[in-house]
Design a binder for this molecule. Structure first.
Ligand SMILES: [Zn+2]
Length: 479
């Protein structure tokens, strides 16, 4: 007997989309029956049967790029407050059909990576409603002892390593890692089976543009795309990619790709046979630099920056052609007052409150607006991230043996309203029409959201140790 059976006629599985019955037992998918349903012992018997016909049934979604309890600098950079914490962000994620979040464990100079991870565990353990993991985040000058420890951590289930090629803004010195040091990190990542996840901007160009625009007294945030510009993305992507291509065994994941030049750099590298993957954000797929001029235009901003409509078109094209593999949020949840506190190119708050509407907004854009197959939507929002980040097939698949993380989307049109969401007092997507919304989210067999009612506990989430498969490190994410 199953704990739960879900019957659907648009169930997205690795074998295709169609009529299936999913049998859940002890938190896992124990059986998957074809069009005629489950057969054999226990078929038709369950603690509960959910009829999801007429709806879309997909694996619980994965957001591979969020920042919870993250320091948001004050306008002058002298102090900070923390962004939304794991309990509230994970709750919003589940309301939005996302069952796994990947955040960051930043390493600070003077500490070991074990201490960095332990510090992050204090923010997360027992406080997350969904499953979660961290990318290790290096910054500044990385000592030899930390490089040694990095190899151990990669093998111990922390296989992704975040690297900045820029300080991002003049007041945030210390994040950038110099190229020689990145080279050494890549050697460790390659030798020990990791994946480097990169925030790439050309620091010289970015800081030059800060100086230049401040000198010209054009400091309003509406000029952010001139500072964090497409040329910077081109130069930095190509430089870090060429470095990685010269360290055999390295694989890259380019975070928050925002420009056509970034898409082209990834595509060119893939054409050379290098294992590189592109991430973009639903923010970049929906808004452009022109939106900075709308009222409260900061709410559309995420670093690096929004770019032109042409860049946005390239991101969409890149998802079709295989240069862009996943759509993340770069979530930094805060209030409207904090999001709009900065008004200049050098003090505007980054990140966005987007973890809840991500799936619905992308379903609308991909499936309803562009007519893309459901499988591609699920791949770009969920399955590819699971594969690239070393979670597949435990996560990202409706398949026997996988965790029973299941999202049911109700294809009834509605309008995004911040007041209906669960993370912030504003939404960049306010007033947008969407064509589906999660009506049920299941985490490892437990129904945690049903018809707008939350039934999860902050103790439900589990840390996910990961390992990057060789196929991903060799450049393929197909089965
Ligand atoms: Zn980020």
């Amino acid at each position: 007997m199953f704990d739960l059976i879900i019957k659907g006629d648009r169930v997205v599985t690795p074998h295709g989309t169609g009529s299936y019955e999913i049998g859940v037992k002890d938190g896992r998918i124990a059986a998957l029956g074809g069009p005629v349903g489950l057969s054999g012992a226990g078929a038709g018997e369950a603690g509960r049967v959910v009829d999801a016909r007429g709806r879309i049934v997909m694996p619980g979604s994965i957001d591979p790029h969020v920042h919870c309890a993250w320091p948001i600098p004050s306008r002058d950079g002298s102090s900070h407050i923390l962004s939304g914490r794991p309990p509230e962000v994970s709750r919003a994620a589940l309301f939005g059909g996302t069952t796994t979040l990947i955040d960051f464990a930043p390493w600070n100079p003077g500490e070991t990576l074990s201490e960095s991870i332990a510090r992050r565990d204090r923010d997360w353990a027992g406080q997350c409603h969904c499953d979660y993991a961290y990318h290790l985040m290096l910054q500044g000058e990385v000592p030899e002892a930390v490089l040694t420890e990095l190899g151990e951590k990669i093998e111990a289930g922390y296989p992704t390593v975040k690297i900045f090629t820029t300080d991002i803004t003049p007041s945030r010195r210390g994040r950038m890692i110099r190229f020689g040091d990145i080279w050494e990190i890549f050697k460790v990542v390659a030798a020990r089976g990791g994946l480097a996840v990169i925030h790439a901007e050309d620091n010289d160009i970015v800081m030059h543009m800060y100086d230049r625009l401040i000198g010209e007294d054009r400091v309003g945030f509406e000029h952010l795309a001139e500072v964090h510009n497409a040329l910077s993305e081109e130069l930095s992507f190509r430089r870090v990619i060429r470095l990685a291509e010269n360290v055999p065994g390295t694989a890259l994941y380019m975070m928050h790709t925002s420009a056509a030049s970034g898409v082209e750099a990834i595509g060119a590298s893939r054409a050379r046979g290098f294992p590189i993957y592109g991430e973009t954000l639903h923010q970049y797929l929906m808004f452009s630099a022109a939106d900075y001029r709308k009222p409260n235009g900061q709410i559309y901003h995420t670093y690096p920056s929004l770019k032109s409509k042409a860049d946005q078109s390239s991101l969409w094209e890149g998802m079709r052609t295989g240069a862009i593999h996943s759509v993340a949020t770069d979530e930094i949840c805060c209030t409207l007052a904090v999001k709009t506190q900065g008004v200049r190119i050098d003090d505007t708050t980054g990140g966005n409150a987007g973890v809840e509407p991500r799936l619905s907004v992308m379903y609308t854009q991909m499936v309803s607006e562009r007519g893309w197959p459901l499988e591609r939507f699920v791949a770009l929002t969920t399955t590819n991230a699971a594969k690239i980040m070393g979670l597949y097939p435990r996560k990202g698949a409706l398949a026997v043996g996988a965790d029973a993380d299941i999202t049911v989307l109700d294809p009834t049109p509605r309008t995004v309203r911040a007041e209906d969401l669960h993370e912030a007092d504003y939404s960049p997507w306010e007033g947008q029409a969407v064509t589906a919304w999660p009506s049920m989210t299941i985490l490892r067999g437990k129904v945690v959201v049903e018809d707008g009612e939350f039934r999860g506990e902050p103790s439900d989430g589990r840390y996910l140790e990961r390992r990057i498969p060789n196929t991903v490190r060799e450049g393929t994410i197909s089965d």
